[in-house]
Design a protein around this ligand. Structure first.
Ligand code: ZN
Length: 257
């Protein structure tokens, strides 16, 4: 009798859990907005330690705009202006970051792409729609990767478009490493970067940056479709009083490329 009760309970539990499993999926966890960063809000309240709890893959930047952030395998790496990568301390903070718990479901083989534009076109062909988010991981040997980092800023902070005029550009040839990032749908304009946004880290974790261009051959792109967005907005005066009325698409183009 007792066993039967237990079996019924077990079946109920399985029936309850299975639909959940079918519908659960990755969440894109994002802190602050891209327009806020473009406007020069370079200090946030979210710690790297808290960010890591929300995902093991992603990208962003650090307070005072102190370089490019690469989140890979649950670690937060910092690519400062001098290009010497270090692991960012858990207590450090970010003004803009996005992460997810990466579980790839689409594997797109890339035979050859002479540029980032060609790579993007090839990945796009493997995607079922442009209207959801995707997390991306591209691992292997790259013929070339052109990446950049930005100089740490002091207050009063200039807008991001001004800062990138002084960016450091690194060119890596025949390099083994990983690109991580996201493809966002067009309707996130102002919130995140519509289209592709990739950051790079070498296999030895000593170099990297925000990807400007690349040449690849015989690589597989791992893609994780994402249908949920958690957007966490800053709770401080600077963000509250920021004028975010204007369309900053032009500035974003300048900053990303
Ligand atoms: Zn970037």
């Amino acid at each position: 009798m007792r066993f039967r009760k237990f079996s019924v309970a077990l079946i109920c539990l399985i029936l309850f859990l299975f639909p959940l499993a079918a519908h659960s999926g990755e969440v894109l966890y994002q802190y602050s907005t891209i327009d806020s960063l473009l406007a020069g809000v370079y200090d946030g309240q979210l710690t790297n330690g808290a960010l890591k709890k929300q995902g093991n893959l992603g990208l962003g930047t650090f307070n005072a705009l102190d370089g490019e952030m690469v989140v890979l395998d649950g670690r937060v790496y910092q690519v400062p202006f001098d290009g010497k990568v270090r692991q960012a301390p858990d207590g450090g903070k970010t003004p803009f970051a996005a992460v997810t718990r990466f579980a790839p479901k689409i594997f797109a083989p890339i035979k050859k792409a002479a540029s980032l534009t060609e790579l993007i076109k090839a990945i796009d062909q493997a995607l079922p729609t442009k209207n959801i988010f995707y997390a991306l991981k591209i691992e292997g040997r790259f013929a070339q990767v052109k990446a950049r980092s930005v100089p740490r800023q002091t207050r009063p902070y200039p807008p991001l478009a001004q800062v990138v005029e002084k960016q450091a550009v690194f060119t890596f040839k025949d390099v083994v490493g990983t690109m991580v990032g996201f493809r966002c749908p067009p309707f996130v304009k102002g919130v995140n970067v519509p289209g592709y946004h990739l950051h790079f880290l070498t296999k030895d974790r000593t170099q990297g940056g925000h990807v400007l261009d690349c040449t690849v051959e015989n690589l597989t792109v791992q893609v994780d479709p994402i249908h949920k967005l958690t957007l966490v907005l800053p709770q401080d005066k600077e963000f509250y009083h920021l004028d975010l009325d204007k369309d900053k698409s032009g500035e974003l183009k300048k900053v990303e490329k």
